[in-house]
Design a protein around this ligand. Structure first.
Ligand SMILES: [Zn+2]
Ligand SMILES: [Zn+2]
Length: 649
């Protein structure tokens, strides 16, 4: 997940020293800290080096320091909104705040606040995209909860997928470490993830089973089982004086021709006579017509293909599709084949699944990669990560021939047992090209004439309708999806007969309230802070405008570093300044430009320091940043990030 990068940035190194917190997780300050201004006194280490800032020539005139007038993302700042002015819910009011997962697919989290009690449901993450270059992943904004820590009674986790669990360790540490409740497999997975953050306080976690009832403060909470691609998925029932609040988590129906299985009918039977106040549920697949393909068809499809193929079989699937992976191991055992697990998350998820007692493979079924050549090709099935062409995943490394242990052989059959997540199309295409150059056959869920090799884990339109009818809520809040999906889901609910005023389509941070008499649902005018918190290495913070914007700019026009050594007494340069260019111009071929830059630096420094006593190094740096960024723009029509570093002797 973490890329190896060798970077040069005085800025971030300094900031890390400045802000490190004893927990080991540091909060990045906002861009204010990087503006010029009076420098803090009394830190002997820092006396000789002025704090570094970056400059970039702007279209609107002079070279500009970041953070002043060119917001990178003016949507909302980390501590945005008027959070401090949000009053507690009035007596009898039920407050619901989706803090993540409603303007996106991923990083799901919802808070429910009644009286003195807050319950949080899920704390997910999603990986970075082109809007957040270099960021490892993103988690929901916890500001609203941090400011009401004492009221938080529980974090309930619906199932073990990262879009519901990935933020748990970091979120917990920020919201006062409330107890976590989930079912067995999810708890094991949560513990495994928590172990990756040894510097955080231990998680207080309790296994609940689907028929249990727990008290979260004064609120009674119950659970029910749902079908998804990972075992132990559960829905949540929160009891209120006006009826239940239901969040089924991710679900689909295990139906045949639209008829749910007996066990599903049994699970959902609790709703037959229930009074349901509010349903909040998944909108991911609301665009897909019909029912979702039941997983059993995929099992049959995979079995048919595995039986038919006579060489090695490589199956790339989501490591989180634990049900399907177990099924493949069972098919292998039935046909006397060996299984090789490839990829870190594949191995670790299967370990957890075995530990949870979901399935125990025969001792000789799973073999290490090193022993693969001891068996004939038709005895081998490799289960690998990388169905999305992820850069460092098992299958992609094999496609690029960069994996020492795992290589593709001519005659292999590769089954991509996953759909392509939107946004990953290009990397999957590249990987498929790399694989097909090596003489293999590739079967995807789109290969015509093939058996089914993948089914979604989320309910399609008909599954969703079934759920609405079964649960028959008074109010409805669509969640899990981009805004467009939520609107479609609203339309669907209205088609099923729900009045428009009973539906709220939320944004992240919307504060939704049900009136004390349980008769009205509305959205407050205030919003809870909701901009994503970015996790970058060990750092976690809000929208670090400066960091992200710098990365975008570095990608566009590169950077230009000036290191000037200035004599404290005379205000003159001690020697010719050092210049470093990365991704901007090739220095060797631009000697004339550099010569002129050096002249401007000398002149700027000496003009700035004329009659100045004592010398203000921030002032010099500021002038340098502005004059050089302007000059470089005039000469090259490029706007590299300019980083002036002024050292004094
Ligand atoms: Zn899921
Ligand atoms: Zn999900």
């Amino acid at each position: 997940m973490k890329k190896n990068r060798l970077s040069f940035s005085a800025l971030s190194i300094e900031d890390k020293k400045q802000n490190s917190k004893d927990m080991g997780v540091e909060i990045r300050e906002s861009n204010k800290s990087e503006r010029a201004g009076p420098r803090p006194q009394g830190n002997p280490e820092r006396k000789k080096l002025t704090k570094s800032s970056t400059y970039q020539y702007s279209k609107f005139g002079k070279g500009q320091q970041h953070g002043r007038s060119r917001p990178f993302n003016n949507k909302n700042e980390y501590r945005n909104g008027n959070n401090s002015k949000i009053p507690p819910p009035e007596a009898g009011v039920i407050r619901i705040i989706p803090l993540g997962g409603v303007e996106e697919i991923g990083k799901n989290m919802t808070a429910i606040e009644i009286g003195d009690d807050i319950i949080v449901v899920d704390a997910g993450m999603h990986f970075s995209n082109e809007e957040t270059p270099g960021i490892d992943y993103v988690i929901p904004n916890t500001t609203y909860l941090e400011e009401r820590k004492d009221k938080i009674r529980a974090l309930l986790v619906t199932h073990g997928h990262l879009d519901h669990t990935g933020g748990v360790p970091l979120v917990l540490s920020r919201i006062g470490n409330p107890p976590v409740y989930s079912r067995n497999l999810t708890v094991l997975m949560l513990k495994k993830r928590q172990a990756e953050f040894p510097h955080l306080p231990a998680m207080k976690v309790e296994i609940v089973e689907k028929d249990e009832t727990i008290m979260c403060g004064k609120i009674k909470v119950r659970f029910f089982g749902v079908t998804h691609t990972i075992p132990d998925s559960m829905g949540i029932i929160i009891e209120t004086p006006h009826g239940w609040i239901i969040n089924p988590g991710d679900y689909k129906l295990d139906q045949v021709d639209g008829i749910a299985t007996e066990s599903e009918e049994k699970e959902y039977a609790i709703f037959d006579k229930a009074k349901v106040l509010l349903l909040m549920t998944d909108s991911t697949n609301v665009e897909n017509e019909g029912f979702s393909l039941p997983e059993i068809k995929v099992y049959q499809g995979l079995e048919n293909i595995i039986k038919r193929i006579n060489g090695r079989i490589i199956i790339a699937a989501f490591a989180s599709h634990i049900n399907r992976l177990i099924k493949v191991i069972q098919i292998a055992e039935m046909l006397g084949k060996k299984i090789v697990l490839n990829g870190r998350s594949m191995k670790s998820n299967m370990e957890v699944a075995f530990e949870a007692g979901l399935f125990t493979p025969k001792k000789e079924t799973i073999i290490p990669m090193e022993e693969i050549d001891n068996y004939p090709p038709n005895k081998i099935i490799i289960l690998t990560t990388g169905g999305q062409g992820e850069e460092f995943s098992g299958l992609n490394r094999a496609a690029n021939k960069t994996d020492k242990k795992f290589s593709i052989k001519q005659g292999d059959t590769i089954i991509l047992s996953a759909s392509i997540v939107p946004g990953n199309e290009r990397q999957v295409q590249k990987m498929k090209d790399g694989l097909s150059r090596q003489g293999v056959k590739i079967i995807t869920y789109r290969t015509p004439g093939e058996d089914f090799v993948h089914a979604t884990g989320h309910g399609n339109k008909e599954d969703i309708k079934w759920l609405h009818r079964k649960i028959h809520p008074k109010f409805f809040i669509p969640i899990h999806g981009h805004h467009y999906h939520l609107e479609l889901h609203k339309e669907l609910a209205m088609e099923l007969g729900m009045p428009e005023e009973n539906i709220v389509v939320p944004d992240n941070g919307s504060i939704i309230e049900i009136s004390p008499d349980g008769k009205k649902i509305s959205v407050r005018k205030e919003k809870a802070p909701a901009s994503p918190m970015m996790v970058d290495g060990f750092a976690i913070g809000g929208v670090q405008d400066v960091v992200i914007r710098d990365r975008v700019m570095l990608a566009q026009d590169g950077m230009f570093v000036i290191i000037a050594l200035v004599d404290q007494k005379t205000g003159k340069l001690k020697k010719s300044p050092d210049l470093i260019s990365r991704g901007f111009v090739y220095l060797k071929e631009n000697q004339e430009l550099l010569r002129q830059v050096r002249i401007i630096i000398k002149k700027t420094v000496e003009d700035s320091t004329a009659k100045m006593n004592p010398i203000d190094f921030d002032y010099i740096k500021n002038n340098l940043g502005e004059s050089i960024s302007k000059f470089l723009y005039q000469k090259t029509a490029k706007r590299p990030l300019v980083i002036p570093v002024v050292l004094s002797v």
